[in-house]
Design a protein around this ligand. Structure first.
Ligand code: FPP
Length: 254
């Protein structure tokens, strides 16, 4: 349990168990202030801390943050190096906050692509927080949804060739078992900052029925008030999963 008791706000409707966030606009935030782009990433860490802590205190079960995509390796090497240093520092500095809030950390993505120091600290933080029973914080690192599906499919085909899977039995659940983290249920709410209306190769399989919320502020400005706005919007959404909402279904059959 977090040191402060979990307090779920009553927003007059459902509350998401799993929130996924595309943290966009760090570079723009910095450039608008005549600062180098990397300062936006540094400032973004403060938002990561605030949003993680607030979600844990409100009883969100899982939070997935898109911290570095497979495509991000194409950025200038100075920026990539800065981001990897920032990640390593974050993984060391945030341990106390994660422990205080009973948060368990898990990396998802092609983690072996990470520089040795960052990967080592990721594994350490995962191990240190492994016993926590509050929120799961998943950091998507060197993550891409198409890569995840290709990696999963390769493993599935390998297992089929070895006779461990019958190709005739492959269904959605079989494929899910080959994703990076099959245990965590799909996100209920997907938030993107900086006004962009794209999924950018993030959780394409898992977000099939996620509710989308786009915030106009850049990630360094996305704090508790903006999170509450997203939660409020979610509380008033009707999730139909391609079916009908119950009242309408009753009307149709009456
Ligand atoms: C998008 O902003 C953000 C990223 C590529 C990385 C997100 C990283 C952080 C928030 C900091 C590191 C996080 C952790 C957990 C260590 P952008 O640079 O694409 O913004 P722009 O679209 O304005 O250029």
């Amino acid at each position: 349990m977090p040191k402060e008791a979990v307090q779920r706000p009553d927003l007059g409707g459902p509350f998401p168990d799993h929130i996924a966030i595309i943290m966009d606009g760090n570079g723009r935030w910095a450039q608008e202030r005549n600062m180098r782009r990397v300062f936006g990433h540094r400032e973004g860490i403060a938002s990561v801390r605030e949003i993680t802590t607030e979600c844990a205190r409100m009883g969100v079960k899982s939070l997935t943050l898109y911290a570095f995509s497979v495509e991000n390796w194409k950025r200038p090497s100075v920026e990539v190096r800065y981001l990897m240093r920032l990640l390593r520092r974050y993984l060391i500095d945030e341990r106390d906050t994660l422990m205080d809030n009973d948060v368990r950390l898990l990396g998802i993505g092609r983690l072996d692509d990470l520089p040795e120091g960052a990967l080592r600290e990721l594994r350490r933080t995962e191990a240190i927080t492994a016993g926590n029973r509050g929120m799961l914080l998943r950091l998507a690192l060197s993550y891409g949804s198409r890569t995840e599906l290709a990696d999963g499919l390769r493993a599935l085909v390998r297992d089929a060739k070895a006779g461990l899977v019958d190709p005739g039995d492959v269904n959605e659940e079989t494929l899910r078992r080959y994703l990076y983290d099959p245990e965590t249920p799909d996100p209920d709410l997907m938030i993107r900052t900086a006004g962009e209306m794209r999924l950018s190769n993030f959780l394409l399989w898992q977000a099939s029925y996620s509710e989308l919320f786009v915030a106009n502020v850049c990630w360094p400005e996305f704090r508790k008030p903006q999170l509450m706005e997203a939660l409020e919007a979610y509380a008033h959404r009707e999730r139909k999963y391609g079916g009908l909402i119950q009242d309408h279904a009753n009307e149709q059959t009456a």
